[in-house]
Design a protein around this ligand. Sequence first.
Ligand code: SAH
Length: 481
Amino acid sequence: MGYAPLFFKLGPQTRFVIIGGGHIAFSKSETLIALGAQLQVVGKTILPELKVFVEGVGGSVIEADYAPDYLKIATIVIAATDDAALNETIYRDAKAQGKFVNVVDTPDLCDFIFPATIKRGDIQVAISSAGISPSLARAIKRKIEYLLPWNIDALGQWIKEKRDVVKKNLKGIQARRLFWDEVLDGGIAQEVVEGNNAKAETLFAQALSEAPAASRAALYLVGAGPGHPDYITVRGTQLLGQADVVLYDRLIAPDLLERYARREATKIAVGKSADHHIKTQDAIAELIETHLRKNKIVVRLKGGDPGIYAHAAEEMDIARKLGVPYQIVPGITAALGCAAASGFPLTERNGASAVRLLTYYDETLYSDDFWKSLQLSRDETLVFYMTTRKRNTLIEKLLSIGYKPTTPAVIIEQGTTPNHAEYEATLGTFIEIYGDTNFITPTLLVIGDVVRWRATHSWREPAAVREDWFAKNTKEVADVT
Ligand code: SAH
């Protein structure tokens, strides 16, 4: 169980009743008054300054022994006495009357907790660490404080004034959303914050006259990178924020959607892997087409780079045939991410002068051209995608066409993620050591002299646990299909 962040509406009938009259009650009173709450404080002895404060802001103070009847008018009860037994009694009485209650500094007796807050007029930010560390929540608050202009509320009020004219001019929710995103991310909002209202008006009028008035379709194939959530590009995150629909692969960082996609966007898991065929490529194509026809902005979020083993051409074809604009937003492909995280280069001076990104299908075994070309690239770095299960046959074949048994080879499991793991041997010893190992997908096989650098240059500590970091993306799938 956790805490759900909600903003509580303060109506004329909303009353907070604080039981207690000492310093704890005082500090809670200040918090609540700052939030704009109506307050009643009940306590046997009440600090004079607390009385003055509460009455001074229109609240009421009752000097009396606690009795359950005092809770009746409360919407929310705060037990803030210094007597733990009394606090517990208040808690039970409040629950019996169906009230929400918070016993100060006693998380077990709290229906809710107070977040660290930033309040600038109507704009509020609330931060919680689930009670684990108020200091951490405050540290986060300080960071956010720096990011928010002091008069961010002025921007809020300015938007309020403009809402009707935007609604009148731009039909369609998507058109309005994109317009506001542009206003807020671009220079217009900055002018408002800096108090240059006339300039803001001119820019605003111009932007509104130029904005597309109706919803439009677009397809973006966005590379999410190999697994580390920070390895997506800035452009990728921007487009995720614009998407009406996100069709996402299994091999993306589990948090990416939560971080960058809109809560209201439709998110559909279409992940494929050797074990999980959630949606066939045809079904994915159909989904893309359906949403494009409905004038949606579709982001196809793919692991690694959208142009590497990822059906990019077929998917773009759908948009092209419909006459819908499309774009590829590149990502860090697994080969680059895994090698970097393992601490070795893919080419080197006086060593491998080229790197090949490859995969190995069953029928490849009978392709003479494939093996001939590999025979000529024995000094290059070979990176095999989707090949770990067939590694033994591949390695035997490479040895048979003249690859040296001393050539280093490494399998990288869940590269760049917190569960990143490396399994190194040589072509001559790999089968003996790892022939039967069950690796956790995704895995990449890298063969070549460059791999030897990881012995000295590897910079990651081995993962503490061996589990499937991408599993969350697969589980969600079950809910969708
Ligand atoms: N478009 C992706 C590749 C898709 S094919 C890219 O550019 O990386 C899927 C294969 O990529 C997997 O079977 C695996 O071989 C490789 N792969 C993807 N992410 C990986 C990771 N984090 N660690 C190791 N291999 C990965």
